[in-house]
Ligand binder design. Structure first.
Ligand code: SF4
Length: 369
């Protein structure tokens, strides 16, 4: 199912459930600020199954990502994959690269009906990846898990964080993504939440060059490329295709809200059941223990405003690309407290716009590459 086939007012294209924050690793960029132990108030197995029942109400084939922390810190995660698959959900998993992710564990997920496994690689070598992940041996375990997924016939996705600390590793990681036979490379542009606050984002100019390079990779690679928290990748693609920057489509030409962003095709349920537009936009809009997830997604004021490109402020609100891009609402929130403000990572300034720019304020400045 493609995002364009989904009515994003009615259902998320991606529903993420953070099943736990527990994880053996202590990665520098961890959104969840992962903990050694499971939280005592985590959703139980029965509450998790009730959540999956509700996800089914969004419609056939709803995509559900079980994330963490490390989902394998829970002993019911295979059961949850089996249950979700039985409900007709497309279940996927983002485990951590640890010793728990053995070939038998991966085979059990494949047998349970898992559709895809996503592993993180933030360096092109053991030295750089393990330093970023805070655990020696993580690179080797991640590569072994990728090979085991291949052997089990499980499609593989590789997730990579782009920040000043990792950006020079991208060409080597691209080669690994190809060597490991991944079907998709998901490239996440850092949003300063959780432990990610201690990392340095790349500058808007550097982000622009990386996105141009990613389009070149996408043209040539045997795998797909997508960005996370960087919807201006779509604007860069349109400008690249058009050549002179006049490619901004109107809403009729390309359809409204085509891009997946926080609250617009994306929803996140935390380990204790809070509902957020994204794991990187920590403004709770409900709680699955008390509220209907479907109702929150469709009718909550914050979710609805995030789906309205005309509600955006600053240069994003004046931008002709806002219908296909709209900027990272999570990054706008992290920098200003306003989820509808401009995305400070985007270098594009609309021709007719003469208001304040997000990088004018020293407190909002994104660091240099
Ligand atoms: S100004 Fe905002 S809407 Fe326009 S391309 Fe940049 S991030 Fe996207």
């Amino acid at each position: 199912m493609r995002p364009s086939a989904v009515d994003l007012d009615e259902r998320p294209f991606v529903l993420v459930w953070e099943v736990t924050q527990a994880c053996e690793l202590a990665c520098e960029h961890c959104r969840a600020d992962a903990q050694e132990r499971r939280h005592p108030d985590e959703l139980t197995t029965a509450e998790g199954k009730a959540l999956l029942d509700e996800a089914r109400e969004f419609g056939d084939g709803q995509l559900v990502v079980l994330s963490g922390g490390d989902p394998l810190a829970r002993d019911d995660v295979v059961d949850l994959v089996t249950y979700g698959t039985e409900q007709g959900l497309r279940m996927t998993l983002t485990p951590s690269g640890t010793g728990s992710l053995t070939p038998p564990a991966i085979e059990a997920f494949a047998d349970a009906g898992l559709r895809r496994m996503a592993l993180s690689l933030d360096g092109g070598s053991a030295g750089s990846h393990d330093a970023f992940r805070g655990e020696s041996g993580s690179f080797e375990q991640t590569v072994a898990a990728a090979e085991a997924a291949h052997d089990a016939g499980l499609p593989l996705q590789i997730n990579t964080t782009v920040c000043a600390e990792t950006v020079d590793e991208l060409p080597a990681i691209r080669d690994l993504v190809a060597d490991l036979g991944a079907v998709l490379w998901s490239v996440f542009f850092l949003v300063p939440v959780g432990r990610g606050r201690v990392l340095d984002p790349v500058s808007p100019e550097k982000a622009e060059r990386v996105m141009e390079w990613l389009h070149e990779v996408s043209d040539a690679a045997p795998f797909g490329v997508k960005t996370t928290e960087a919807p201006h990748y779509r604007r860069v693609g349109l400008e690249r295709a058009d050549g002179d920057g006049t490619a901004a489509p109107d809403r009729d030409a390309i359809g409204r809200r085509a891009g997946i962003r926080a609250g617009n095709g994306f929803a996140f349920v935390s380990h204790v059941g809070e509902v957020y537009p994204s794991g990187f936009l920590p403004a709770a809009a409900g709680d699955v223990r008390e509220d209907s997830l479907v109702d929150v997604y469709r009718h909550d004021e914050l979710f609805q405003s995030l789906r309205n490109p005309d509600a955006l402020g600053g240069k994003c609100g004046s931008c002709p690309f806002r219908f296909v891009c709209g900027g990272s609402r999570s990054r706008a929130y992290a920098h200003t407290g306003d989820p509808l403000a401009s995305d400070p990572l985007c270098a594009y300034v609309p021709e007719e716009y003469d208001g304040p720019l997000p990088w004018d304020s020293p407190s909002d400045a994104v660091s240099a590459d």
